[in-house]
Write a new protein. Structure first.
Length: 213
């Protein structure tokens, strides 16, 4: 399947398709038309068809999509048919919330380790994973096959730790620290800023209030 040069906007919509298809699958639905999916997801059927055409279409016109097949294909496109081991750096509020989230495993993301610089937190149990001292990070990375590091530490700490991660085999960083990280070519960084989403909400509240004035 040709997956080159697919826009990030399309890739960004795939997880949402996957969530809805997962629910349909759980409800025992076998086929779904683009029209039905469109009504469920509140996007146009033509948007859905356009998105899926990037990957060859997935289904027969008029006959609808096979839910199980579509779910599996989108999972493969998103790389979810592979396991990805991840560690979390920063065992504070956010790090623990993420560590405690069970659904990552369902998607093939396996929680393997958690690190903190605060000795008082070392040894704490977060869903079966013991918090380790940050001093042991390099050795741990050398001995374990970890793809992804999740950064839930302040921004100065995040900047300082990037080289250690990259030099020891980390290929991707899920960055919650409020800083743009400089990484060598080939290392992937996905920034997540919850407040961006909140600011978008604030903008939309303001627009709505102005319209009703
Ligand atoms: P927290 O203070 O509860 O936890 C931070 C933890 O990081 C502490 O346990 C601290 O000991 C540890 N730490 C600091 N430097 C370290 C280092 N060099 N190595 C290992 N551990 C280190 O803070 P919280 O609420 O968990 O937030 C963590 C960070 O994430 C904060 O900097 C915050 O600004 C950011 N944040 C980002 C969000 C986002 O949407 N991107 C949302 C909430 C917080």
């Amino acid at each position: 399947m040709e997956t080159k040069e697919i826009s990030q906007a399309v890739i960004g919509r795939l997880p949402r398709y996957l969530r809805y298809l997962g629910d349909l699958k759980d409800d025992g639905v076998e086929r779904v038309s683009s029209q039905e999916l469109s009504e469920l997801m509140n996007v146009t059927a033509s948007q859905i068809r356009q998105d899926f055409n990037n990957f060859g279409g997935f289904g027969q016109q008029g006959y609808g999509y096979n839910v199980e097949y579509l779910y599996e294909e989108i999972s493969k496109i998103l790389g979810l048919d592979h396991r990805h081991n991840f560690i979390i750096i920063g065992a504070g509020n956010l790090g623990r919330a993420l560590g405690n989230y069970l659904n990552f495993e369902r998607r093939g993301f396996i929680f393997k380790g958690m690190f903190d610089k605060n000795p008082k937190l070392v040894g704490d149990d977060v869903r079966g994973v013991k918090v380790m001292s940050i001093d042991g990070l390099e050795e741990f990375l050398q001995e374990n096959d970890i793809d992804i590091a999740v950064l839930t530490i302040p921004k100065t700490s995040a900047v300082d730790i990037v080289n250690v991660l990259v030099d020891n085999g980390i290929r991707a960083i899920w960055n919650f620290a409020h800083v743009d990280l400089n990484v060598p070519e080939g290392i992937l960084v996905e920034n997540v800023h919850l407040s961006d989403s909140l600011m978008k909400l604030s903008y939309n509240i303001n627009c709505k209030e102005q319209r009703s004035e």
